[in-house]
Each structure stands twice: as C-alpha cells, then as structure tokens.
Design a protein around this ligand. Sequence first.
Ligand SMILES: Cc1cc2nc3c(=O)[nH]c(=O)nc-3n(C[C@H](O)[C@H](O)[C@H](O)COP(=O)(O)O)c2cc1C
Length: 360
Amino acid sequence: MRKALPNPIIEGQAPTALAPMQDVTTWEFMKVVDHFGSPDYYFTEYFRVHRTSVLDKHILYSITHNPTGRPVFAQLLGENLEYLKRAAGELGSHPVAGIDLNLGCPAPKVYKKNVGGGLLRNLDHVDKIFGVLREFSPHRFVVKARIGFDDTAPFEGLLELLRKHEVDLLSLHGRTVRELYWAEVHYDYIKHAVSALPCPVLANGNITSYRSAAQVLKETGCHGLMIGRSAIRNPWIFRQIRQHLSGEAVFQPSLGDVHDYIQRLQETFANPGVPERAWVNRLKKFFNFIGLSVDPKGAFLYEIRRVKSIKAMNDILDRHLLREPERPFSIEPYPGLVARPNRESPVKPLAQAQPMSAGA
Ligand SMILES: Cc1cc2nc3c(=O)[nH]c(=O)nc-3n(C[C@H](O)[C@H](O)[C@H](O)COP(=O)(O)O)c2cc1C
C-alpha cells in the first residue's frame, strides 16, 4: 500500500524538494538553505551501498541531527539485493521520511558498475531491487530516476515497475543518462509520467526560478518540484516559489543579501582542522553557481575561480558584492555564463531523446 507524502509547509501547495547532490547537500548546506527559506523536503547525497559498506556517518548526521525540522529522504546507490536490504534495514531505526533509490547518476565510474543511471539498462534487475526495497524499507520507498540511458527505450518499462511496486514518490529528472546535465529537459516525458502513475511525481531539471517553477507545474501537471543547482545559486528559491504560488510579493535578493549568504556558508563550513586551500576550494563549488547571477559579464566568476586564499577571496567578495549592495541579484542566471567544471563528460557525444510524441 502506498504511503502519502508528509504534509508540505503550506497545506495544499505543490511541495518543493532540495535535490540530492553529492558533496553539496550536506548537513551544513541543509542548515543554510533552511535559514533562507526551507523546501518542503530534503534528500541526502547518496549512501554508497556495497558488500562492506556501513552507513556513511557524515551523511547519517544530516538525518540524526536534521537541522531543518523538515522531512529528509535517505538516498541509496547500489545494485546488490542483500546489501540494499541491509542498508534499508539499518536506516529503519533513523528518522527518515523514506528510502530513495538512485536510478540516475550519470558519472561513468558509477554507471559502469551498473548502479545509479546504469541500472536503467537492466530493468529485470530493477524489478528485483524494487521488490526488495518495497518489502524491507521500513519507511516510504521512493525513486529518483532519469528518463532512460542511451535513449528513452526503458521509459515505459520503468513506469510499469513503478506502478507494480507501488512506489510512494518518483522524482524524475527529464533527461537520459547520456544527456548529462545541460541538454534540454524533456518535460513532455515528465508530463507523461504524471498521467501514467498513481504516485506523486516531482519534476526535476533546470528549474531555475519561481517563474520556471510555475511554468513546469503548469506544463507537466506534476505534484511538486525538485531543485538542485539553482538552490546553490539562489537559496531563496523555495521561499520565492511559495510566495509566488500564494500570490504574495516575491522576495528579491540584493548583492548584499548574497554576501550574507556566502558569509553563512563560510561560517557553517568553518573547520579549524581543514587546510585553507581545501576550505577555499569547497566554497568555490558554491561560487561557481552563485556567480551566474552576480554580473552579466561574469567578471566575479572569472576572478573567484582563480582565488587561492581566504584573504583574496574576501577581497573579491567585498569588491563585487558590497560596493553596490542594493543592486539586485539576478533571478535567472545571466545568459552565456556556465558553471565549471560542469560535470559534462567527454566520454560519448550527447544523444538527444526523441520528443514524447515520437514514441517513448
Ligand atoms: C554537484 C551535483 C551532485 C549531484 N549528486 C547527486 C546525487 O548524489 N544523487 C542524485 O540522485 N542526483 C545527484 N545530482 C543530480 C541532481 O539531484 C539533479 O537531478 C540535477 O542536478 C538536475 O537538477 P537541477 O537542474 O535542478 O540541478 C547531482 C547534481 C550535481 C550538480
């Protein structure tokens, strides 16, 4: 029997979720996002499950010491039935909203081991995994998937399995594994999943602002929205979506607010045991996305990508964010700017999925 989702913050409103992102959606980042306006749900980065794996204690901390007060789903990445059953059982004693299976990770080192997105090449095995997690997950059983591997051939079969095993929620990234992160998102496939499944669907992929959130809700009819990179760039996005959907004035952050956000990231990540260079590099991952909305020519991005010390970093932040602190931070990324490295892999050329109307 399917379990209903936990209540959203505003009863009756489409829920939002912070997407699982390895090395990003840690306890620290969840805490920062919560400060600026929490999504309805959080997903952990993945727990890698294999023969000798134990639950990663840093990821587990975001569950046992959840700094948000909102439900957290625990994501698993693996393929072995016994080990997945063991991990789901171990999570049983912890306050998770559900167990989420990763069926989307496109990193070659992952999919080559037939886990993450690689599983979409073997739906018979996915059938078995769903069976085990449905039976042994003490909480909800939810899935995060892409629309196919090389192409969308597995899509209908995947939908059938999601129905068969009465999955409680599907978060659907509207790209194939081969399409990585920057190809156009196939919202028509998300729309099809919404109409074909009895469970709620969270649409995922390139939801960049409250405006595109409203557009995707309308276009796909989805239950809610999952947002990753744009929440790194703009941690107010969940609050803005709530305001927009409620018909309220939408908060417009200024560059001064962005400085405050970065200050919070710095404070939350502060760890005297970490060498300066590693700390700066960790923050750079966030600047990479934040910089897409600071200035249209990308001058901030250019400078901050090259920074090596905290002092140089703070100089750049002061110059670009505090000289005109009232200047608005762009709601959408400025056209032409790209976060780098962008996780695109040179391994294979991008294959484009066919539109839904051409037959999934
Ligand atoms: C840095 C990074 C790490 C990611 N790690 C995970 C992960 O651990 N599990 C997962 O299911 N997806 C992961 N993803 C994919 C995101 O959850 C999401 O599906 C994708 O970024 C598309 O959504 P967006 O356009 O809102 O960013 C990751 C994405 C990024 C950019």
